[in-house]
Structure formats: structure tokens, C-alpha cells
Design a protein around this ligand. Structure first.
Ligand code: NAD
Ligand code: TYD
Length: 336
């Protein structure tokens, strides 16, 4: 029988792309455990809902009962995407980040240990390393130095996962990727927020001086790298994932406006994010050398494709940008 992969958070941005990536390439059975928070959207995987290899389970990783329920079926591999993922929300309201990102990961590790799961991939982030100066890049041995409640909670989960490897010999592997972009990203993150605001001729809020740097990777390349780690990653190892593509925020915002043919006058500089990390850059040398990873999406093409996706799927983001989203937007940007 084909092996079963438990994907948590499969209704979010990266999880959605990963479920599709795996169903297209392999014959695994995929169980998607997702709480359907504001960031989870069943519509994202509507087209695979009828696939006999795919099952959706609504549940909370921070609830031991929900996790026990999902583990009643045999699970061979866990890939844990489920998380509260937005830094600004973690600054406004950190509670859910501790619950989901720390307690939720703990519950999954516990059940995976009890059931003897064959592989546990913890999907983490480069933000656990903190902020860089003008030069250098994060390596796997860079000290962990998170600055936001989001990155602190992801760091706690990483340390816990690694402790399960060291103490119980659990087959844990951790990935730490840089900033993703691509289809299905919730329009609270920089790129989809700017695309959808520009499409609606709304202001584009740029924090501080707009010169913070992020290292961008297309979500397809991130999913392909996780695929490599699932199949070839060495237990007890961390793998950084990136595409060597550093950009300032203002460059990204201007690029979005240029692709859409919208005026620069839509840009509005606003009060900076507290504790705003200045620069991220990833050294992916280890995964490249050991697992043969190579990013395949060039940034200019990836950005054009992404902008095009939001143009073609206007209904998808217009349905999101209503109700609770508008309350969030007002709270975050109203008096900024
Ligand atoms: P997302 O916010 O788009 O999706 C998160 C998903 O998790 C949603 O479907 C949500 O409903 C689900 N979820 C949240 N809390 C849950 C809970 N308690 N139980 C079950 N499901 C829950 O996030 P994303 O951008 O797809 O990120 C996925 C993972 O990748 C996260 O762990 C994040 O830390 C990591 N990551 C993201 C990026 C990025 O640029 N987006 C970069 C590196 C790493
Ligand atoms: P974001 O997409 O939230 O990712 P992260 O903070 O996890 O890197 O933000 C990316 C960068 O864009 C970050 O430096 C903050 C900045 N930013 C803005 O300038 N304006 C915005 O409205 C948002 C959401 C982000």
C-alpha cells in the first residue's frame, strides 16, 4: 500500500502548493489536517478534493484530541506546515502563535513518537536566525536569535523537534526557508498585499524607509526542496532553503506597480514595524551540495506569473478581503 503523509496546514499558502506538488508526482495518500483559521481556505484545494488519495480533516494541532484522532490511521511521514505565520499579527496578538506553533508542534511530535512515524519534517523559517547586517548569509550553524513573537515561537518548535531527535532518536528533519511568493498567498504578506491593493487602486503601505531586505524564493522551489528533504534528508539535520535573490521592499513594490502599469503615487511610507528585522539572506550551500537542490524559477518570471495569477483569480482574493480581513486591515494600517 502507498505510504501516508500527514500534511498539516495544507489549506494555507505553502501547504496548498505542496499537496498539489506531491499528488502530481507520487502515489502517496495525503491526509491534510487544518484548523481553517483565517489563513486556511478549502477553496485552494477544491480541484483535488475528489482525488481518492486525498483526505481533508478539520482539526487543531494544538488540541491533543484532534491530533490523536488523525493518528488513528497509520501515518508514515509528517510534514508540519501548520502555523500562525504573520509577523505583524504576532506583534498585535501573540497568543495563538504560542498555542499553535509551540504546543501544536509538541502534540504532533508526541503522537509521531508514540506511533513510530518514519519521518517528521518540521517546516521552519530563516527568521529564527534573526537579522543580518549589510553582509553575510544565514548558515545552518548561525546562532538562533529570533526577534518577533512569530520567529521566537518557530525557534521554540525547532529546538523541541531537535530535542526529540536527540532524546528519542526520532527521525526529525528541519527546513528553514526564506520568504516565499507565488499563487495562493494570503493578501496580508508583502507581495500579495501590494498586488491586490494596486489592482484595487489602493495605497501601498511601505514600512519605515522601505530598504529592509528579504531573500525571495518561488513557492514551487520551496515545495521541490521539501520534497527532496522528505525523501533524502538526513535525520537530525537542518537544511536552509533559498534562491539567492535579495531585494529591498521598495524594489519589490515598484516592480509590482511596473508589471501592472500602475503609478508610483500609490506608494505610502508608513510607521515602521516594531523590532523590524533589517535583512535576511540564506546560504543554501548544504542542501545544494548534499541533496542536489537547485531553484528553477527566475525571479522576474516568477513575479510576472504571480501577478498574473492574482489578476486571473480576482474572485479568490476579493472573497478574502471582506469582513474580518477589513477589520484586521483597519487595525493594522488605519492609524499608521
Ligand atoms: P499560512 O498562514 O498561509 O497557512 C497556515 C495554515 O495553517 C492555514 O491553512 C491555517 O488554517 C493552518 N493552521 C493554523 N493554525 C492551525 C492549527 N492550530 N491547527 C491546524 N492548522 C492550523 O502559512 P504559510 O505561509 O503557508 O506557511 C506555512 C509554513 O511555512 C509555516 O510553518 C511557516 O512558518 C513556514 N514558512 C513560511 C514562509 C513564507 O514565506 N510564507 C517562509 C518560510 C517558512
Ligand atoms: P512579510 O511579507 O510580512 O514577511 P516577513 O516579515 O515575514 O519577512 O513582510 C516582508 C517585508 O515587507 C518586511 O520587511 C515587512 C515589509 N512590509 C511592508 O513594508 N508593508 C506591508 O504592508 C507588509 C505586510 C510588509
Amino acid at each position: 500500500m502507498a505510504e501516508t503523509i500527514l500534511v498539516t496546514g495544507g489549506c494555507g499558502f505553502i501547504g496548498t502548493n505542496f499537496v498539489r506538488h506531491m499528488l502530481e508526482r507520487y502515489d502517496y495518500t495525503i491526509v491534510n489536517l487544518d484548523k481553517l483559521t483565517y489563513a486556511g481556505n478549502l477553496e485552494n484545494l477544491e480541484d483535488v478534493a475528489g482525488d481518492g488519495r486525498y483526505t481533508f480533516v478539520r482539526g487543531d494541532i494544538a488540541s491533543m484530541a484532534d491530533v490523536e484522532g488523525v493518528f488513528e490511521r497509520p501515518i508514515d511521514i509528517v510534514v508540519n506546515f501548520a502555523a500562525e505565520s504573520h509577523v505583524d499579527r504576532s506583534i498585535m496578538d501573540p497568543d495563538a502563535f504560542i498555542r499553535t506553533n509551540i504546543n501544536g508542534t509538541f502534540n504532533l511530535l508526541e503522537l509521531a513518537r508514540k506511533k513510530g512515524v518514519g519521518r517528521f519534517v518540521q517546516v521552519s523559517t530563516d527568521e529564527v536566525y534573526g537579522s543580518l547586517g549589510e553582509s553575510g548569509a544565514f548558515r545552518e550553524d548561525t546562532p538562533l536569535s529570533p526577534n518577533s513573537p512569530y520567529s521566537a515561537s518557530k525557534t521554540a518548535a525547532d529546538i523541541l523537534a531537535m530535542a526529540y531527535f536527540k532524546t528519542y532518536g526520532m527521525p526529525v528533519v528541519i527546513t528553514r526557508c526564506s520568504n516565499n511568493y507565488g499563487p495562493y498567498q494570503f493578501p496580508e504578506k508583502l507581495i500579495p498585499l501590494m498586488i491586490t491593493n494596486a489592482l484595487a487602486d489602493k495605497e501601498l503601505p511601505v514600512y519605515g524607509d522601505g530598504l529592509n531586505v528579504r531573500d525571495w524564493i518561488h513557492v514551487k522551489d520551496h515545495c521541490a526542496a521539501i520534497d527532496l528533504v522528505v525523501h533524502k534528508g538526513e535525520e537530525g539535520n537542518v537544511y536552509n532553503i533559498g534562491a539567492s535573490n535579495e531585494r529591498t521592499n521598495i524594489d519589490i513594490v515598484e516592480l509590482v506597480l511596473d508589471i501592472l502599469g500602475k503609478p508610483r503615487s500609490l506608494i505610502r511610507y508608513v510607521t515602521d514595524r516594531p523590532g523590524h528585522d533589517r535583512r535576511y539572506a540564506i546560504d543554501s550551500g548544504k542542501i545544494t551540495e548534499r541533496l542536489g537542490y537547485r531553484p528553477s524559477v527566475a525571479f522576474s518570471e516568477g513575479m510576472r506569473g504571480t501577478v498574473d495569477w492574482y489578476v486571473r483569480n480576482r474572485g479568490w482574493w476579493e472573497r478574502i478581503k471582506t469582513g474580518a480581513y477589513l477589520d484586521y486591515y483597519e487595525k493594522m494600517y488605519g492609524k499608521r
